[in-house]
Design a protein. Structure first.
Length: 234
């Protein structure tokens, strides 16, 4: 009968109260696999009601996260403060883990948490994680137990990038405005003289001319500048 082999440091894990947590925390996939093969429960909770998946997500152990999920780890398990694995990964900025959890169907708006995954990401300036969560449908109006909405959290942390991201998500530009901007960007200052020949609505002409005149007034001759001012005067 073939003898079962164990990792050389097996004893250091086996004597732990929560060996799966230690293995997940340290990224020891080999240890995890061995314990699971021996019948260990992947959803066992420690004193803080954290699962091995919580630990793996907190420490960014992608391979361990994937293995635990493939072996039926609870995707939205709650810790003692109601944090989910997605909260942990978002807080620590572990982008691959956040992507994996979202792809597997993790709840992006878990109920009754002290801090949503989006709050966690914004509070620590984890912009990429915040964007992933927003694209997955994170609630921009959710309030945590202390600061308020995610935008409030971004302001408290003085995170310009997160503030900009959240404001853009709250106020997506209309298709009409995007079309105007595209035309505006395509028109060069030297073409201001012939812009009135474009077959586009007058309101759009006014938008383009007003913007371009402000930027190009010092680069064109005075009479062209005045001609364009007259062209948009009602």
């Amino acid at each position: 009968m073939e003898e079962t082999s164990f990792p050389s440091d097996w004893d250091s894990f086996h004597c732990e109260e929560y060996p799966l947590h230690k293995a997940a925390r340290e990224g020891r996939l080999d240890i995890l696999e061995k314990f699971v093969s021996l019948g260990s429960n992947v959803n066992i909770l420690n004193h803080d009601r954290e699962s091995p998946l919580h630990e793996a997500c907190f420490c960014g152990r992608y391979e361990c996260v994937m293995y635990l999920l493939d072996n039926f780890a609870s995707l939205d398990a709650r810790s003692i403060d109601n944090a989910t694995p997605l909260c942990m990964a978002s807080a620590m900025g572990h982008v691959p883990c956040v992507k994996l959890l979202l792809d597997k169907g993790a709840e992006v708006n878990p109920a009754f948490v002290l801090c949503t995954p989006l709050h966690e990401a914004v509070l620590r300036h984890n912009v990429v994680c915040a964007e992933l969560l927003i694209n997955a449908g994170a609630n921009l109006e959710a309030s945590d137990c202390d600061i308020g909405r995610p935008l409030h959290a971004a302001c408290v942390r003085n995170s310009y990038t997160c503030c900009k991201l959240l404001l853009q998500a709250e106020n997506p530009p209309s298709l009409k405005h995007l079309c105007r901007l595209k035309i505006h960007q395509s028109v060069k200052p030297r073409n201001l003289k012939v812009i009135n020949e474009l077959h586009i609505p007058r309101s759009v002409l006014k938008f383009i001319l007003c913007e371009r005149i402000n930027k190009a007034s010092l680069k064109i001759s005075p009479h062209i500048f005045l001609d364009n001012i007259a062209a948009i005067t009602i």
